[in-house]
Design a protein around this ligand. Sequence first.
Ligand code: HC1
Ligand code: SF4
Length: 568
Amino acid sequence: MNGHPVEAPAGANLLEVLRSSGFPVPSLCYLEGLPGIGACRLCLVELAGDRRLQASCATRVREGMEVLTHSPRVLEARRAVLQLMLAGHPNDCLFCQRSDDCDLQALARQYGVRSRDYETDLRPLPPDPSSPSIAYDPQKCLLCQRCVRTCSEVQGVEAIGLVRRGMRMQVSPPFGLDWAKSGCTYCGQCTLVCPTGALTEKDDVSRVWEALEDPTRVVVAQIAPAVRVSVGEAWARGREPDGSGIPADVSGRLVSALKAVGFHAVFDTQFGADLTIMEETHELLARLGSGKELPLFTSCCPAWVRFVELHFPDQVHHLSSCRSPQGMMGSLLRRYYPRLAGVDPERVTVVSIMPCTAKKYEATRPELGTDGRSDVDIVLTTRELSRLLRQAGVDPGALPPKPFDDPLGESTGAAAIFGASGGVAEAALREAYHLATGQTAARPEFHLVRGWDDLRAVEFDLNGTQVRCAVVSGLKGARRLLETGEYRSYDFVEVMACPGGCIDGGGQPRHTPLERVQRRGAGLDAIDSRKPAHTSHENETIQRVYRDLLGEPGSVEAHHLLHTSYTP
Ligand code: HC1
Ligand code: SF4
């Protein structure tokens, strides 16, 4: 490799071998873990004895091969490829959402492409604004197919593909359907891999500014579990408290920052997660008792709920009737918080800060509001939160932490782990054990449901009641579970649409290697360990809300405010 001897297993992917040998060959189409398809032509290399340059992502290593990764021919070819990509690309980088982290822009800079050498007409393709979560601008699309392959080969959803030919080729759902009418679940994994501004979260930052600037509005925020271990990556790197590389919990700094931006109060979605566990565990034990509608499917991931509704409508009765923690919090912020704070509920604007694009869609669903009205007004992803704070000129890393506002800011460790795959199941098992035995003991074996493979199945004995649990991470595994009928072997099934759970949600910072996703998960476990309580009923505010408002888990009022139903 460039004159250096390198050892690699025969048949290994050449691009991977080059990258791990210190030659970071560029690519805009390659996806780690999937076969290379040589679509973007940027990973071209020169092979001794071969007249043509070869795409390294689609080349296998063989004994004795001699590879040049930056010969004059290679560099000229890469510049030409970039020039051709830019020729058909809109010239609006200054205004593009990806302006600060566009892979195409970074490569143009790296290869010294400083002028537009070819002019062509832009492709006559309008954007698709139909999805409440994801925006697609075909003019910015390089047809690299990362999104298409992520949707089909990683997620098993197959909602999008390449359609038409020539200048009119674009990514689209089949039959010219809108994204909103397609099989897209809004998980947003496509927005994590898009190299340009073609696929992005729907940007709602300006709606937050409008609310903050309106003196009649009382603007309150809730922050999801997974955001506090990812958003600080930009400003907390190297400042982790114990040097372990485990991300610090930056929720206190976020509370300070949001207050500085103008939010009236900042609450914790983890309170909603504890409440979800109270309701969902009650529902699980009721279904186990009656033997009906088992298994119970978790319902806090809106992309999974939509996946079941669109792709397996005859299974919707398995979904828990519980709204998600975001939804339960929304309901309380509309009805309980105004009563405590003495404000007119009509004046409250609820903003959720989520690691997730699908939560935008969830907030618009009439089934997940109360009396036909949405309980969450605006959802910002982690990426939009960073933009909001940048626009405001607020540096959370420099602010002293503040606690969440009372009383909907209290949470147990069980709520923190919601953000990683298996966390909802582990939290529910802790509570179910308490309900079955009256004890609140640490049960380390419940941790067995956590992990990184796409399906984990574990059986537990809860005081004589056997509970067969399955935890699925990623929709590809979920499809397999439902298609094969394997789901019938379980009593309780947790599915999170994003591989690894919300810590690598579709609204999280991009370019995250698995190792950093795993550190985010370790960050949530560290929060769980530091909390004085690890089981949801130990949350004293939860007990107070049941006394003041709801009665008991599963009550009529709890159903009115915290549950929903889905129709096939
Ligand atoms: Fe999630 Fe959840 S864990 S779904 O990923 O149940 O988004 O973090 O907020 O609602 O709590 C997301 C995360 C989040 C909900 C909780
Ligand atoms: Fe959203 Fe989390 Fe579901 Fe991903 S796993 S779609 S981030 S709720």
